[in-house]
Design a protein around this ligand. Sequence first.
Ligand code: NAP
Length: 280
Amino acid sequence: MHNAAFAALGLDWCYLAFEVAPEHLRTAIEGAQAMNFAGLNLTVPHKILALDLVDALDESARTWGAVNTIRFEGQGADGQWRRLSEFAADGADAPVARRTQGFNTDADGISRSLREDLDLGLRGKRVLLLGAGGAGRAIALKLASEQVAELFLVNRTQSKADEVAVEIRLRFPALPVTVGYPPDAVDLLINATSLGLKPADALPLDLDRFPLPRARAVYDTIYRPATTPLLAAAQAAGCRTANGLGMLLHQGAAAFEIWTGRSAPLAVMRQALEQSIYAR
Ligand code: NAP
């Protein structure tokens, strides 16, 4: 999606994937900086490690406790930090210092996707969230920050859901949080477990304890396959549904804007994603 976006904006840039072992992350970031990269995306397990490896943390990375986007910056003679790409390529205006800044674009991705794909604003909604891993924790905190009315957390390993609930109670004391299934209907059910990635996976929830017609809308953070068993069951139960493609799109679009300072061409990026993931 990034390469399609660079092409659409006429930028002579390129997005590449590298496999980096956690013990080499520091060297990899320094190497990319030395080679004048504009920035990096990081995925599991690097997102938390990077918190201690960047020179500056944007508010987003501090808030969500993880870094998925790094921008390489230079300091001008005026003392201001700017994108490295804003300095003259011929070295006429070389930076006097360089730094890395860490951002997190993951959490905003889901709320934008919920608005666009389900026409659903989070404020005042009752939400059941399945999963308390990296994505589940970030989504739970995002839901709390967007002032949902009530949050129910369910996870296979209950102690992890308990830990997320404790963190939410500390940071958002006004929000009622329950670990366990809600006794009645919710506006939104979100799957943030990895159940559904494989065709033989079981559903990520216990239908005896929470029948799907009790959810008005169901969002699966999984985007491959496009229709997970959960989404198929939710559609059969009459729920509105969306998969996690929009979440992936929007975290990428936000990173694109951090690196380039230009508005992300969303339609181009969505089409590139759909072509690459669903071959359509
Ligand atoms: P993670 O940290 O490894 O967490 C995995 C979660 O799935 C945990 O809650 C885990 O429960 C649960 N789980 C795994 N296997 C299970 C099983 N057999 N039965 C019940 N629960 C099981 O992974 P993550 O980074 O949070 O990712 C979670 C999901 O979010 C993945 O499906 C990923 O594709 C999706 N995701 C989507 C996007 C996007 O842009 N759309 C971005 C990030 C993540 P335990 O705590 O009990 O192990």
